[in-house]
Design a protein around this ligand. Structure first.
Ligand code: M6R
Length: 596
């Protein structure tokens, strides 16, 4: 949801900015731009509504020197996708350039005031008002001017302002992520540490209210006063993790990484889950019920974990759509499991306000332990998926399901709902997941090209599942629609006859996570009777024989066929490839949705 970067480097900064922007592009790709301070106190700005590669080409044709600059990749919220609305935005004098991620909710009132005071506000975007507010306060120095400007804002922001006259950078954050990091070649600011990971070893995360000034030295302020810097954190992201290597797209690489990710999660959380020690060490109180909270894929992962809690230990559970949580009644003794790979999804953070108001304990199941969610939670379960760059979540989903399942086992053993021996048996079962996942990917790579070729011209798809497998079908449908731009509806198979069957006509593809039950077979017979094209994901003899029994690896009944999801990921990607879609950057989407 917009990515920002800034750098003050020993050599030319544009290459640094564009390289970092390429790694931030997952956050939005409606437009991209850079501004660089020139020795004479002016700015050079390059912006385009094309992608980062186009900006690189433009800079190659029309180079910009300078060692201090800011860059931005945009996911449009306010104002159309035009070059004029692209960041960076300059003040009236052309001395300051600003990049911003977030939403300024009082921008209209501020813009009107600025215009009355004679400012030329050139774009339609909310962000531009901030640079003019900084311009008005500049007499006090850049850091104080940024503080004065942000005091007038409502909404959320991570922003960086460049002063071309002094070469100083000042950044501030409130409700949007921002890190600052120093390496041998310079100092960097970025929305995501992955953007600058190759150049640094440690980083600091700005807390709400921090203002950091990067000049000859780096200084920190908070609440209008000098402040201690936040703690240094170790950056564990390797360059290989950020590279597509020989894969056609990041999504294929990330699909293939899932067996390894699954093994890593189980190595971290399996042992402390099975004996309940994870629960005892967490300091969390006993609970009467569990609510899983999240959006999109993360909510699907939460639903799978809720299904496990209900099935194995009879724990009452509720799945809360974080973007619709305003009327959520948080019942007493609820343990909240908040699922978010990024930990910065605004809808999730807003829903937490409600939870905190009721005093319910929150566990973050996240791939970003230092994120806003991680910092607000009472306990953090890191998902260990590594950086995921494709906008469509794949390996983070698998990691969330397994991490959440380990927590569920730990909670049930730790509170006496399950015997330790049961916990041990369940973790032993999970030990088969990496092989189940690998097998599913292998089978899908063989079978899917033919299935996709036969179905990619369909107008839409139905997905069916039962019990916990319904949440897997939901995830398959979400993957298909976001990648292929075809409609994809997911239903409990028993519901088919109560309405969705009307959608089935000759050739309608119906993907079923086939648990082999007679009820599922009855639903599939109803589809076949109307000429629907059943793509059953099941055991030997099915259209996509990706489930455990196929290769002799026993499936895991109590958590349902998680491995079915990998087959559906491969199917969604292949249909999208045949339809000529941008696999890693589906239209209209961004990976971290930091607006409500
Ligand atoms: O960062 P989060 O997990 O909180 O993001 C929530 C959703 O936006 C996200 O899961 C989205 O549905 C997926 N990227 C779709 O593949």
């Amino acid at each position: 949801m917009c990515g920002i970067v800034a750098g003050r480097t020993s050599g030319a900064v544009t290459g640094t900015l564009t390289e970092a922007l390429a790694r931030l592009e997952y956050r939005g790709y409606d437009s991209v731009g850079v501004a660089v301070a020139q020795g004479d106190g002016t700015l050079q700005v390059r912006r385009t509504t094309a992608r980062v590669e186009a900006l690189v080409d433009r800079l190659a044709a029309d180079p910009v020197g300078g060692t201090t600059g800011v860059g931005h990749t945009r996911w449009a919220t306010h104002g159309a996708v035009t070059e004029g609305n692209a960041h960076p935005h300059a003040d009236c004098s052309g001395r300051l350039a600003l990049v911003h991620n977030g939403i300024i909710t009082n921008a209209d009132a501020l813009r009107a005031g600025l215009r009355e005071r004679g400012h030329v506000v050139a774009s339609d975007v909310d962000s531009e008002v901030v640079v003019h507010l900084v311009e008005e306060a500049l007499g006090t120095g850049l850091a104080a001017a940024v503080e004065a400007a942000v005091e007038q804002l409502t909404g959320t922001w991570a922003l960086a302002v460049l002063d071309a006259l002094t070469g100083e950078l000042v950044a501030a954050s409130h409700g949007s992520p921002l890190v600052v990091a120093e390496g041998p070649e310079g100092v960097y600011l970025a929305s995501d540490v992955a953007a600058v990971a190759p150049w640094i070893e440690d980083f600091r995360v700005l807390e709400d209210g921090h203002v950091v000034a990067v000049g000859d030295t780096t200084t920190w302020r908070h609440g209008g006063r000098a402040a201690e810097p936040p703690p240094l954190r170790r950056c564990t992201i390797s360059v290989a993790e950020l590279s597509r290597e020989l894969y056609a797209d990041f999504m294929s690489k990330e699909i293939d990484e899932q067996p390894l990710v699954a093994a890593r999660v189980l190595e971290s959380w399996g042992a402390p889950a099975q004996d309940g020690s994870l629960w005892h060490g967490s300091g969390l109180p006993d609970f009467a019920r569990v609510a899983v909270l999240g959006c999109g894929t993360s909510l699907n992962a939460g639903r799978a974990v809720a299904g496990v809690l209900g099935r194995v230990a009879g724990v009452p559970t509720q799945a809360v759509v974080a973007s619709e949580a305003d009327d959520w009644v948080v019942e007493p003794d609820t343990l909240v499991l908040a699922f978010s790979q990024s930990g910065e999804t605004a809808d999730v953070l807003r829903a937490l306000d409600r939870v905190e108001h009721r005093g319910a304990p929150v566990v973050a199941v996240t791939n970003s332990a230092w994120s806003a969610l991680g910092r607000r939670a009472d306990f953090v379960m890191s998902c260990h998926a590594g950086p995921e760059i494709g906008v469509a979540a794949t390996k983070t989903y698998t990691a969330q399901v397994l991490t959440g399942t380990c927590l569920a086992i730990a909670a049930c053993v730790g509170t006496g709902r399950l015997a330790r021996s049961t916990g041990r048996a369940m973790v032993a079962d999970l030990g088969r997941v990496p092989d189940l996942v690998a097998q599913s990917i292998g089978v899908a790579m063989q079978a899917v090209p033919t299935i996709a070729a036969a179905t990619s011209e369909a107008s839409g798809f139905l997905f069916l599942g039962r019990g916990i497998a319904r949440s897997y079908a939901d995830e398959g449908a979400l993957k298909l629609k976001e990648l292929s731009y075809l409609w994809a509806e997911s239903h409990a198979s028993g519901e088919l006859k109560h309405g969705p069957l009307a959608l089935v006509e000759p050739g309608t593809p119906v993907v079923a996570v086939d648990d082999g039950s007679s009820r599922m077979q009855a639903s599939l017979a109803e589809v076949r009777a109307r000429g629907g094209d059943v793509i059953d994901i099941g055991g030997p003899g099915s259209a996509l024989p990706a489930l455990g029994t196929t290769g002799g690896i026993p499936g895991i009944d109590w958590c349902g066929p998680l491995e079915s999801v990998m087959a559906m990921q491969v199917l969604a990607r292949q249909v999208a490839v045949l339809r000529g879609r941008d696999i890693d950057k589906p239209r209209n989407l961004a990976k971290s949705v930091t607006v409500e």
